[in-house]
Write a new protein. Structure first.
Lengths: 180, 180
DNA sequence: CTTGATGCAAAGCTTTTGCATCTGC
DNA sequence: GCAGATGCAAAAGCTTTGCATCAAG
């Protein structure tokens, strides 16, 4: 039992949820992400380059959760000044293809990219209209409602997105102050 | 009681839902929509023009639920050949401002516009990745879950969007045939 | 030495804007 | 006649692409 517990701890986190043990997959370590990319590069007969390594490093190790192309470009430029936008775009496309990154669009016309935390991960977003802060959340109940609605419509759901737009704690306090 | 029933019928539809009477606001009739627009035009010291009338008519009376700017442009052009894209964009912006239309973006880079059915209406979308069909739905449970999540994060939600991407009945049948 | 990757500039797309002209009111 | 509306073309902003050159395997 204890040995099993430690084995499970290796690949997941354990949480008590409504009296049940819930297994939450562990976030991919850096090395595993790099391996995914390298494997994909070999499999598809692509090439490993300095630029790709630097973009990888900046995207997965130094930048935050929701990054614009501009932010990544500026960040990479500090390490490798000859970098071009096209390479950033092409490399992000590569990350998407091998399942390491997701592209998001929150309606301001510029795509945001986020590292995928573990295989098959899904989460949704709270987006602050004041300070543009983005909070991630996951909610099983919403997922199952959605699937039920889909079934009623004979729809085969591949993925979904739920975005809640509003004001975060500090922004709504400021709003009320400004209004009152 | 009967008089009350008829009064309620005037402004809503009545449906039995889990044993309760449920009041569903009536879809705005054409005339009321036109009045909203005209009132807004007067209030804001704007002007009523032929172009606006034709765009209004095409958008609310002849086209479907999810229309691109291109579709609306082509449709209006048949009635008024000198129309320009700028006028379409500016008029749709006007419709949004007076709460008559919503802008949607389902990720293909072109906005889609839909008439608002009644004041404060909200619905979500099932989007078929095969035939691009869009199905609307509303689900109270999802709404309340969302609000609960928001409250947990001390978020003041202004609006939300939920989009389920997948394959509709006929497209998923075709997919399975193609795959098998 | 072959094939893929890169950087640059140009092009693509959707949407917005500046401006001369037109038209409600 | 004045303020707002229109049409056109140009610009803006993000993303993709063509092409000569570079570099990995």
């Amino acid at each position: 039992m204890i040995i099993y517990y430690f084995y499970v701890k290796l690949i997941t986190n354990i949480k008590i949820y409504k009296g049940y043990l819930k297994l939450i997959p562990k976030i991919k370590p850096k090395s595993e992400r790099k391996k995914s990319l390298d494997d994909y590069i070999v499999k598809k007969h692509l090439k490993s380059t300095t630029q790709r390594d630097i973009i990888f490093d900046q995207f997965f190790n130094y930048l935050g959760q929701h990054v614009t192309v501009d932010e990544l470009y500026e960040s990479v430029k500090r390490q490798y000044s000859r970098i071009g936008y096209a390479t950033i775009y092409r490399t992000l496309k590569l990350f998407k293809e091998c399942g390491l990154a997701h592209e998001r669009n929150f309606g301001d016309g510029r795509a945001k990219y986020e590292p995928v935390k573990f295989d098959g991960e899904h989460h949704d977003h709270l987006i602050c209209l004041g300070c543009e802060k983005i909070i991630e959340f996951a909610n099983n109940e919403i997922e199952s409602c959605s699937l039920r609605v889909a079934r009623l419509n004979k729809f085969d759901v591949i993925n979904h997105k739920l975005e809640l737009y509003g004001y975060c704690d500090s922004c709504s306090v400021n709003n009320k102050r400004a209004a009152g």
